[in-house]
Design a protein around this ligand. Structure first.
Ligand code: IVH
Length: 682
């Protein structure tokens, strides 16, 4: 039957959508729609193309699922293509696949290996004579990207093997655990806060662990990948030469495990589809118990000879299928839209929901980000809304179910008053997108400042979370962060904290007294001062008192501390209210001079630096410490191995002479600071 105009138009539209979202996913690592929605487009187009072959273009989009559009890595041609998998969206489709397998094998019985379908990024690892020689992404399946340098920073991936087959290609999935993702996201958001405050563009915050993992793996600078907590599960052999003869897939998994590769423990060999369905049902129910995200189950024929007979279609093996789990979406009542006030006074709208369990946890609130998002989604109190978890982690209101909208519903209006007791007017300053409460005494801002202080990234006071802050602040027991350090057991017991909880709180408060200076600086919540600039300050001044005394000129002279931050820091310390807080912290025994930058980027790994003469911003010990913190070695004399000689005031002439003879670069203090930051010489 010839395709109607409507179908032709629909196919075109679907192609457009698929190309667009492919680009978002693979080009930008920033998808706008869920995998399930994307798969739905693909399936619809596939169905149309199957029914109307005349509509299939010479090169169908569907032949090359997920072709990358931009690449900054060297291409790697896969010697054996990294094919994708066909999907089964329900048990019927799974059974249909099972029937095709049985038919393909002439009715022979088949055993299946069930594995979890890890929601990450496919990776090929090539070992030659036991050495990791290349790591590549899947790309379009034929050509991927060379990410060897980045992959070498992933601790779980062996660099050398005890056994040394001539060629061993191992395939698997790189992923970021849910916990690691939360940590990265928190750090990124904090970083963005300072960027925005400085008038710089915020950087995209990864929306889910898969994007975070993909983004981390595809960093230009392997040192950045090294800071990301990536993990891997290996699940398949690629090209091999000189490995034992295997009969079944599960043996190859045992082999990988024995070689030291991470192989997921949740693997089951079953001898019928009934077992497969059981495995799927179990993991669909328990997927949220895992510390990483799965989006289904991969079922593979175990017998390798049978696999060979089944072979491949043009896109995927016939011997395997991905059983996809539906994304968990729930509908619930949007009880209200409220705004929360942040520590800088910014008003953020959020949804108050009738509690509903989505992807393993109860959701009762969800951020709506800003005024514009509420308008765009047009969600209104009283609406029934669709809720899901972006990447199974962050709750999100997708939109209203219009059919269930109450007749009298009206669009939501941004409130004009702060929700705090002072009810000050919310203002939109200049052409800023944000709406703010500018009342300095606003109790909501005050509480958020305290929460920021006690949170991870700041003083990290375990057990001192939001609830504790609200309780103590509402009761007037603490008015600012300085009061935390004079809290007594009596005061806490008096507020209804139990004996054990009181003891624990006091213990964690005490532990926080020794936090490093850079954490203390971040915890104070000085506008524009993010973790990176705080580190620069801590490194250069070594004590809070010295930071407090520094002039704007001195502050802004520091690399990584621009004029905006310098002004902000200086005026923060000039404020008498803040001086009073500092006084309380001092009295409460908080250390002001604890500098440990052991987690500095390893810009000098394996390099030897010699310093001669006096530097302005570094004492001798500080300079040595700065070098060591970055993985370098600080030596007393110049040799051919010296990477650079840092020449300060009144340098030792023997060292300078030796460096000249040996052609060792001589650099001044400014270049030294850059070297510490970037590892690069002028
Ligand atoms: S096997 C030819 N096993 O899912 C077989 N893939 O949708 C190749 N994936 O590209 C893949 N977990 O990135 C296999 N246990 C698993 C997997 C898995 C996740 C990914 C893989 C593949 C995609 C297909």
């Amino acid at each position: 039957m010839a395709a109607s105009k409507k179908i032709v138009a629909r196919a075109e539209k679907l192609r457009e959508l698929i190309a667009y979202h492919n680009d978002k996913y693979f080009g930008d690592d920033d998808p706008e729609i869920s995998d399930a929605e994307f798969d739905e487009f693909v399936r619809e187009l596939r169905t149309i193309e199957a029914e109307h072959p005349e509509l299939v273009p010479a090169e169908s989009l569907l032949d090359v699922p997920g072709a990358p559009t931009t690449t900054t890595f060297a291409p790697v041609v896969h010697r054996l293509p990294m094919t994708s998998l066909d999907n089964a969206m329900d048990h019927d489709e799974l059974r249909a696949w099972g029937d095709r397998v049985t038919k393909g094998l002439g009715g022979e019985p088949t055993r299946f290996v069930c594995e979890l379908k890890i929601d990450g990024l496919a990776l090929s690892l090539r070992y030659e004579n036991g050495r990791l020689v290349q790591a590549a992404t899947r790309g379009d399946g034929k050509v991927g990207e060379d990410v060897t340098a980045n992959v070498r920073t992933i601790g779980a991936i062996p660099q050398h093997l005890d056994s040394t087959p001539a060629v061993l290609e191992v395939r698997g999935e790189v992923y970021m655990s849910k916990a690691a993702f939360e940590r990265l996201r928190e750090a990124k958001m904090q970083e963005n806060e300072s960027r925005v405050a400085e008038g710089r563009k915020p950087q995209p915050v990864p929306a889910n662990p898969r994007n975070a993992g993909a983004g981390s793996l595809r960093q230009k600078d392997a040192a950045v990948t090294a800071t990301r907590e990536l993990s891997v599960w290996t699940y398949q052999l690629g090209e091999v030469n000189g490995v034992p003869e295997f009969v079944a897939h599960h043996e190859t998994l045992d082999y990988l495990r024995a070689l030291g590769f991470p192989v997921n423990p949740e693997v089951r060999v079953v001898d019928s589809l009934v077992g497969v369905i059981e495995f799927c049902a179990h993991w669909q129910e328990h997927r949220n118990d895992l510390p990483y995200i799965i989006d289904g189950v991969v079922v593979k024929v175990d017998d390798l000879a049978q696999r060979e007979r089944l072979g491949y279609t043009s896109k995927a093996p016939r011997w395997a299928i991905a059983v996809k789990f539906p994304p968990e979406e729930r509908t619930t009542l949007l009880r209200d839209i409220k705004v929360s006030i942040g520590r800088t006074g910014r008003a953020t709208p959020f949804a108050v929901l009738e509690p509903v369990v989505v992807a393993g946890s109860t959701v009762s609130m969800s951020t709506l980000h800003n005024r514009e998002q509420v308008q765009r989604k047009d969600v209104r109190p009283g609406d029934t809304v669709v809720v899901r978890k972006a990447g199974d982690v962050i709750p999100e209101v997708v939109g209203p179910v219009l059919a269930l909208r109450p007749a009298n519903s009206k669009p939501w209006k941004f409130p004009t008053k702060c929700p705090c007791a002072l009810k000050s007017t919310l203002v939109q300053v200049g052409d800023e997108a944000d709406t703010r409460c500018v009342e300095p005494e606003c109790p909501h801002q005050r509480d958020q400042k305290i929460i920021h202080f006690t949170a991870r990234g700041g003083m990290d006071i375990e057990g001192f979370g939001e609830k504790t802050v609200y309780k103590l602040s509402d009761a007037g027991v603490i008015e600012d962060v300085g009061d935390i350090y004079s809290l007594s057991a009596e005061a806490l017991l008096g507020q209804g904290f139990g004996e054990g909880q009181t003891a624990n709180l006091l213990k964690s408060i005490d532990a926080s007294r020794g936090r490093p200076l850079e954490k203390l600086l971040v915890a104070l919540g000085i506008k524009h001062l993010g973790p990176a600039a705080a580190e620069s300050l801590a490194r250069r001044f070594g004590s809070l008192d010295l930071v407090a005394q520094a002039s704007v000129e001195e502050l802004s002279a520091i690399d990584g501390v621009g004029d905006v931050i310098a002004e902000s820091v200086a005026s923060w310390f000039a404020d008498v209210r803040h001086r009073a807080v500092i006084g309380k912290l001092r009295k409460g025994g908080v250390r002001f001079d604890h500098v440990t930058l052991v987690d500095a980027p390893q810009t000098l790994a394996g390099r030897t630096i010699v310093v001669t003469g006096t530097l302005v911003a570094f004492g001798r010990e500080q300079a040595e410490r700065a070098i060591k913190d970055r993985g370098g070695k600080s030596a007393g004399s110049v040799s051919a191995k010296t990477y650079a000689l840092v020449v300060g005031d009144e340098p030792g002439s023997a060292k300078v002479k030796k460096a000249t003879e040996l052609n060792v670069p001589r650099i001044d203090e400014a270049a030294f600071v850059r070297l510490l930051d970037t590892g690069e010489l002028p």
